[in-house]
Ligand binder design. Sequence first.
Ligand code: ADP
Ligand code: MG
Length: 698
Amino acid sequence: MSTVPETFGSLVFDDRVMRATLSAEVYASLRKTIDEGSKLDISVANAVAEAMKEWAVSKGATHYTHWFQPLTGITAEKHDSFISPAPDGSVIMEFSGKELIKGEPDASSFPSGGLRATFEARGYTAWDPTSYAFIKGKTLCIPTAFCSYGGPALDKKTPLLRSMEALSKQAIRILRLFGNDEAKRVVSSVGPEQEYFLVTKEMYDQRPDLRFTGRTLFGAKPPKGQELDDHYFGVIKPGVAAYMEDLNEELWKLGILAKTEHNEVAPAQHELAPIYTTTNIATDHNQLTMEIMQKVAARHGLVCLLHEKPFAGVNGSGKHNNWSIATDSGQNLLSPGKTPYENAQFLLFLCAVIKAVDDYQDLLRLSVATAGNDHRLGANEAPPAVISMFLGDELGAVLEAIETDKPYKGTKKTQMKLGVDVLPIFNRDTTDRNRTSPFAFTGNKFEFRMLGSSNSIACANIMLNAAVAESLRVYADRLEKAADFETALHEMIKKTIKDHKRIIFNGNGYDDAWIKEATEERGLLNYRTTADCMPHILDKKNVKMLTSLGVFTEEELQSRRDIMLENYCKSVLIEANTMVEMARTQIAPAIEKYAADVARDAAAKKAVTHDLACSYETNLVRKLSDLIDEIAAGADELDKKLLKVADVEDIVKQSAVIRDKILPAMAELRVPCDKAEVMTAKEYWPFPSYADLLFGVK
Ligand code: ADP
Ligand code: MG
């Protein structure tokens, strides 16, 4: 058996392979493109393509694909084989630089939000050399961006790369002001912690709701849930351990740094975290991870649920986006430094994030908005839909000292002057880590905790990078003109704290009192649903910021709003239709049959015992009959509302109808069904219960 270091990255055309297979000149030229974004010569592209093909074929690949991330949220690929006919009737394996650089998938079936109609019918994919090519099955996958011919991006990678560029540009301006002339780029990095559930394939197959929507639409609370907290970090069951082992191996081969895995809060819930890497690559890797998680599960007779809320009343699944920014030489700009100057620089970057999160709460909220995640946020298990920031007491006290010109407890001087006084060494390992905060500083990085488990992390990072770039732009504009840098810096940090401290909250984010304080006293936004927040992507201030930094064009934003709302509406409509069908064709008939059997048995019993009351049976049958009536009425009502939705054409209006009419009708239909479940003998119930699903994996 080969060792982990031997297999790690064995399916990746990474730096090691490039170095080994490319000539020195070609390698140097490609490296320059990867590191500095310089344009690639076609002769270099040809040489890279040839080497890639040779390497891929030697690993058993027969096809190649441009691998991209359309706005559906999953990845897409169209496979072409390497074969090319030779005159003698045989074939040779071919792959050109042109094919490597650009592809033309049939774009018509990907969502474009009207973009292609106004531009060109076709889209094209363009190689992203900053993310390594890899082999999946028998296919060489080339990470690419996906654009329409008129230019607008149809994917998530393009704006992500643009946001990283914008952030780098503005951060470099700041670093120059602090006398750093060496850094060429500033790069944002992410380590996404991924939560998921595992259920057996056998049970999954019996539940149309899981199969069609990824979550259960019915299900009474199990007698034992997560009350005992005995699952969290508990012993991993053998079936799950075997799955994780297999999963790790697959991920390692793809060069994905899967590092930690453990059980999560709910039974059957687990987490996988990779070691952090450049945002762009972390995004590609997270997409791949989600795909491989599902594939490997199938091999183990399991299904991996990535939905944010597969089970009502049970902890949902999220994704923690650990984010930091560093120079190309590896200096983490969110790490408090050792010298006063480094600390002043740290405080400025910290302030840039504080300002960004406060100014663009709406963009951060909508970057994680999906029908699935709406169920999770604010459900006492995940951060609320209100965005706030946790900094911890220590950092909070430092900021307060600066704002009020008061001495900080750790310093001797009467007043702290940035760049002159030594700040205290902040405790990196903050013990008061707050798990209820949507956006927490954790020593040298921020953890954005609102992402849903199925979300691509691209959207959140696009908005985060852009918003922070905007703060830095404002700062750099001011500081570059300042007569006295240190005074201007001090004033600016003070002003940021004053203007934006409302976003800082170190208390319990799950507390209802907080939501009241946040919205009523602090004026923070509380967008409960996707329908509430998504339209705000087109608010003037947001369009201005995102377009001026070159992250999106206005048309792209318009199209994204439409697509995200369409996704929201479609997901809920599929759920609602599935509910109606399950209620009518499975649940009601099952209860009916059970009630009829009980009634028949009662009649038989009466004949023998002459107990005319048979009160247990009579009551049960009565209650079940009432519930069947309620279920039938609920299904009819939901069905009627569904017919009406079809008439609402405007997508913003449709999403509001879904929120106000469909979702409440779904909740109403669920109640009698779940009530009936616990009154019906188990053998009659048409699908596995919550307890079966949650405790079914051995
Ligand atoms: P937790 O206690 O939340 O599980 P960890 O320290 O295990 O925190 O880190 C969680 C994730 O954060 C991992 O993916 C890790 O690689 C990532 N991470 C650590 N340091 C950084 C950093 N400087 N920037 C971005 N991500 C980071
Ligand atoms: Mg974490």
